[in-house]
Design a protein around this ligand. Structure first.
Ligand code: NDP
Length: 487
């Protein structure tokens, strides 16, 4: 599967690769160079009608395919992702700007793991029964929903695409999936692998395009029974409002502004290293990155200096090089947004401790979208820099005096996705984990994921949970059947 220097991406509808019906394409940029290197279809409602018809037609046969046979196709797909790991990682890096080692070890590795997980899970999925002594028995049927929509963002393109598609297919639904228009390439390569793996025509349809051109019509299409969406909180709200009178199932995985709580008794050196990683992995463009770092006052200065030193060692460079740790931001407009927040932070009284600038990397990446990893101190918790999601390499540092203050800073946010706690007092860690208003809490670790666990956020970070059985439950409709004995 060679990655061609220039590609024209196509939609997958009913097992066929096809151009958008109206023939409109958009430029697709390589963020590390700022150059156009591919064309992406700008699909619209005409493409959608075809995809919906294909998915509807494919639904009964796929829903009734034996679990073992569905699992076989999904395992073949996971095998193909693994055997094409290097090409997929290269494609992800070119499309997104992320370091190639991250693309290989996290994005592509986990995409295959997602598919394999749900291939196995679907053969083990079962439903409940509830006995009423000797009166009756209730059992729960869990049927697939029909045609569902999976919409994903640009930060972990293939990984989050498969995170939704795998459980939707495993549960017996047919799918119309829309990747981000900014990073469409691995979704396209993935659609080729789906055909190669033998996924029947119409079971997965992939439509490329923008939010307005195809995302919005997809969500409001009356035949779409459920929407699994990952993206920004304002887009999540728009989808909620647009579908309010349609009674669809919604799973919304939205933005974050995640707190990192560092206590004086943490394992200092390891914590410095891991806090830097949690702040700046993927250039800070992971919804789970810790962007508000709270440090117990007795170690505040020492930790701040050590963290600055650690961050200044991060190797920024051409993301295609194996030793690069920090690549380009995903787009020019996103780079400008991140830089505008650094300016805002300074206007709000913040002091840039390290970073703060866009940079040019000599050679082929001289026009790429690079911003230094940036640490800022001296800001109030309520200021916009600390309250709004930046989704880039910008983190703030604040001291706290006691546990309750740390918890109240952490919870003082419209968001509630993830948090991390760094301390060797395990009783404190448990106590604080329970008090934090986030869907995920890591204790002395970050981004450690067990695919069986529920994943998602509270407040503006979304509603519903994905992952493991939660995802299979979301993509099925429970129906209780009550049978009376002795009728
Ligand atoms: P967006 O909300 O801008 O876009 C997400 C997807 O939705 C894209 O495919 C986009 O299309 C599409 N879209 C845009 N408008 C609509 C609409 N009205 N109806 C339907 N679909 C639409 O998010 P980003 O791509 O900018 O991703 C970054 C955001 O995602 C951050 O806020 C981040 O926190 C969040 N995120 C959350 C995660 C979680 O698990 N909670 C994980 C990863 C990211 P297009 O962009 O192509 O126009």
């Amino acid at each position: 599967m060679p990655v061609a220097p220039f590609k024209t991406i196509q939609n997958l509808i009913n097992g066929q690769f096809q151009a958008p019906i109206d023939g409109h394409y958009m430029d697709n940029y390589e963020p590390a160079t700022g150059q156009v290197y591919a064309l992406t279809p700008e699909s619209n409602e005409r493409d959608l009608q075809q995809a919906v018809a294909a998915a509807e037609q494919a639904f009964p046969a796929w829903a009734n395919t034996a679990a073992e046979d569905k699992a076989k196709v999904l395992h073949r797909l996971a095998d193909l992702i693994e055997s094409n790991q290097d090409d997929l990682a290269k494609a992800e890096t070119i499309d997104n700007g992320k370091p190639i080692t991250l693309a290989k070890n996290v994005d592509i590795y986990r995409a295959a793991a997602n598919i394999r997980f749900f291939a196995n899970a679907l053969t083990q999925f079962s439903s409940e029964s509830h006995a009423m002594e000797d009166v009756a028995i209730n059992y729960t049927l869990r049927d697939p929903l029909g045609v569902v929509a999976c919409i994903s963002p640009w930060n972990l393109p293939l990984y989050l695409f498969t995170w939704k598609i795998a459980p939707a297919l495993a549960a017996g639904n047919t799918v119309i999936a829309k990747p981000s228009e900014i990073t469409p390439m691995t979704a396209y390569l993935f659609s080729e692998l789906c055909v190669e793996a033998g996924l029947p025509a119409g079971v997965l349809n992939v439509l490329h395009g923008t939010g307005p051109s195809i995302g919005a019509p997809l969500t409001t299409h009356p035949k779409i029974k459920a929407i699994s969406f990952t993206g920004g909180s304002s887009t999540g709200t728009a989808i909620k409002l647009a579908t309010a009178n349609q009674h669809k199932k919604l799973s919304l995985e939205l933005g974050g502004k995640n707190p990192t709580l560092v206590f004086a008794d943490c394992d200092f050196d390891r914590t410095v290293e891991q806090v830097a990683r949690s702040a700046f992995a993927n250039q800070g463009q992971i919804c789970l990155c810790g962007s508000r770092i709270y440090i117990e006052r007795s170690i505040y200065k020492k930790f701040l200096h050590a963290l600055v030193k650690q961050v200044e060692q991060i190797k920024i460079g051409d993301p295609l090089l194996d030793d690069t740790q920090f690549g380009a931001l995903v787009s020019k407009s996103h780079m400008q947004k991140v830089l505008s927040y650094i300016t805002l932070a300074q206007q709000e009284g913040g002091q840039v401790l390290t970073g703060g600038q866009s940079i040019s990397i000599a050679g082929r990446c001289k026009d790429g979208y690079f911003v230094q990893p940036t640490l800022i101190s001296g800001l109030d918790n309520r200021c916009r820099t600390n309250q709004e999601e930046i989704f880039g390499p910008v983190c703030t540092l604040q001291p706290f005096d006691h546990d309750d203050e740390a918890v109240s800073y952490a919870n003082d946010s419209a968001y509630g996705l993830a948090a991390s706690i760094w301390s060797q007092d395990i009783n404190r860690c448990h106590r604080i984990a329970k008090q934090l208003n986030t869907g995920i809490v890591w204790i002395n670790c970050w981004l450690l994921r067990d695919l069986r666990t529920p994943f998602g956020g509270m407040k503006a970070s979304g509603s519903g949970r994905e992952g493991g059985l939660e995802a299979l439950r979301f993509f099925t409709e429970p129906k209780n059947v009550c049978v009376q004995f002795n009728y």
